[in-house]
Ligand binder design. Sequence first.
Ligand SMILES: CC(C)(COP(=O)(O)OP(=O)(O)OC[C@H]1O[C@@H](n2cnc3c(N)ncnc32)[C@H](O)[C@@H]1OP(=O)(O)O)[C@@H](O)C(=O)NCCC(=O)NCCS
Length: 185
Amino acid sequence: MTEIFKTPSQSITTITELMIPSYANFGGKVHGGIILSLMDKVAYACASKHSAAYCVTVAVDGVEFLSPVEVGELVSLTAAVHFVGNTTMIVGIQVESLQPRTGLVKHTNSCYFTMAAKDENGKLIQVPGLKIETREDLIHFCEGKSIRENSKTNRALLENDMQHLNLNEQVHFCDQERCLIQIQD
Ligand SMILES: CC(C)(COP(=O)(O)OP(=O)(O)OC[C@H]1O[C@@H](n2cnc3c(N)ncnc32)[C@H](O)[C@@H]1OP(=O)(O)O)[C@@H](O)C(=O)NCCC(=O)NCCS
């Protein structure tokens, strides 16, 4: 069977949403969770277009809120497939916020969602390969590959650290940290 390849441009997706007062927190800024939910939505739209399948969110890497988003701003989220594995896709998301009256645009966030494609029985399925046609696509592909490898390495390191955790040693390890250890057993 011939393998299917698709370009990132075939699934690139942008959504724009007005930030309304009910999205705000007590400080008057938009809740981070609202932006996260929009990121999940746009990642889903992009991944399901690439895979032509139902997708689930597997992991999120690199979420940082670089500047606050205000009520009244128009937030645009652009998602593009950066990298594909066998059953998963790494979708890169760029978030910008536009103040319509002044025209000021802020880059508020970039991050990476790993999305897996599943069939109607919930079984993981292979996704189309990625056809790279531009230098930018190639940079994105390398970025996605690094994200996947670093994230795997970090998970393995953490698991190893936790398996070999010796609480007596950890007390000294935490000496210089801002915690007060008073365990009573
Ligand atoms: C994530 C999930 C698909 C992994 O299933 P699994 O059978 O353990 O998967 P495998 O170990 O065979 O890995 C399958 C793929 O997931 C990737 N993967 C698994 N865990 C991962 C993680 N923590 N981070 C990134 N990728 C991960 C693997 O690299 C592999 O990718 P590839 O096929 O592109 O090479 C499964 O645990 C799942 O369905 N989770 C629930 C997802 C969901 O419902 N999300 C919505 C939350 S409300």
